[in-house]
Design a protein around this ligand. Structure first.
Ligand SMILES: Nc1ncnc2c1ncn2[C@@H]1O[C@H](COP(=O)(O)OP(=O)(O)OP(=O)(O)O)[C@@H](O)[C@H]1O
Length: 314
């Protein structure tokens, strides 16, 4: 029996399996909580590229599609993580040679003195060739208040490379949606070179809680039931404080909780500790956070008094 499709046809399903794209999309689904619209867009992009490859193979097109993208959203919403996955996807489908991600900000591209910017930008572009160049807070390249800003030089080089090296470099511009929109308005060259705009929503409290559990699981830790409640409160409070950075704030909080757990075990354990003690974050490890200054948000003023609240009361 011959599995090859009839001449002049292409089995898209088989290509999907063979290229490893399915595996990659499944991984994206498993590893990232929420982000439903983003995952949908990544899946659509994969389908578009599979179809483009098939069209190439049948001689219907011979142009490389424009793959430059913009990822907009607040800090810690998964933009860098998804960009890394996107780089892998583009590599598996043969759109970039190596599939690595080079993440930069204005300071990596723009020099402080005359003559420093072009070599800097070119050096970054050289490193990124064959992969994805991720420019975080890309709008800082443009300083509308200063016409002689060196950022303009970097912009011009980038625009040229985005046009001429489309077959070996994908550029992703990332940052806050409103600032990016203003940046595109004053730099139409970028807008016209970007084909895919993906918006990253903020996580809901429930998603942030799931992110916490998943991140700890990956590290081989767990929250005690009482700590789960404190985590929920932590997220509810932290979300409304300045400098909140979605999943990143959650991960940082967990890093600090692990430090406190270690300190607690070290200084207060009377005898030997078992695996459970070594892998459990207790309520107090989280409750010591500055976010709770002024109390744990538990008591008459708090509408959601939990079943573990008495354990946390002073
Ligand atoms: N949906 C998610 N599920 C699980 N972990 C996530 C999710 N989104 C982000 N994270 C984790 O949160 C951290 C921050 O994510 P990432 O760096 O991708 O965000 P970002 O949008 O690029 O933020 P910034 O631009 O501020 O760096 C990473 O450790 C990442 O693994």
């Amino acid at each position: 029996m011959n599995d090859a499709p009839p001449a002049g046809t292409i089995d898209l399903r088989a290509e999907y399996e063979r290229s490893g794209i399915r595996e990659m999309l499944d991984e994206l689904d498993r590893e990232l909580v929420g982000l439903v619209p983003v995952k949908r867009r990544v899946r659509e992009t994969a389908a578009l590229l599979l179809v483009d490859r098939a069209r190439h193979a049948l001689g219907l097109v011979n142009e490389t599609p424009t793959l430059h993208m913009s990822f907009t959203g607040n800090p810690g919403t998964g933009k860098t993580t998804v960009a890394r996955k996107m780089a892998g996807l583009l590599h598996r489908l043969g759109y970039v040679r190596k599939g690595h991600l080079v993440s930069v900000t204005r300071d990596d591209l723009v020099g402080q003195y005359i003559g420093h910017t072009a070599p800097r930008t070119k050096e970054v572009l050289k490193r990124a060739m064959g992969g994805v160049l991720f420019i975080d807070e890309a709008y800082y390249l443009h300083r509308p208040d200063n016409e002689r800003d060196y950022g303009q030089e970097a912009i011009e080089i980038l625009l040229q490379v985005m046009e001429n090296n489309r077959d070996d470099l994908v550029v992703i511009l990332a940052g806050y949606a409103d600032r990016m929109e203003r940046f595109f308005q004053s730099n139409p060259g970028f807008r016209s070179r970007i084909a895919h705009h993906i918006a990253f929503p903020d996580y809901t409290e429930e998603e942030l809680n799931r992110i916490a559990v998943l991140a700890l699981q990956k590290l081989g830790y767990r929250l005690s039931p009482a700590a789960e409640d404190v985590m929920e409160r932590y997220i509810a409070l932290r979300r409304n404080q300045p400098h909140f950075a979605n999943a990143r704030s959650v991960r940082n909080a967990l890093d600090r909780a692990r430090l406190r757990q270690a300190d607690r075990l070290f200084t207060r354990s009377a005898g030997p500790v078992n695996a459970a003690a070594l892998s459990t974050i207790e309520a107090e490890d989280l409750a010591a956070s500055r976010v709770f200054e002024g109390g744990l948000g538990i008591g008459p003023a708090s509408p959601a008094v939990s079943r573990h609240s008495e354990e946390l009361s002073p």
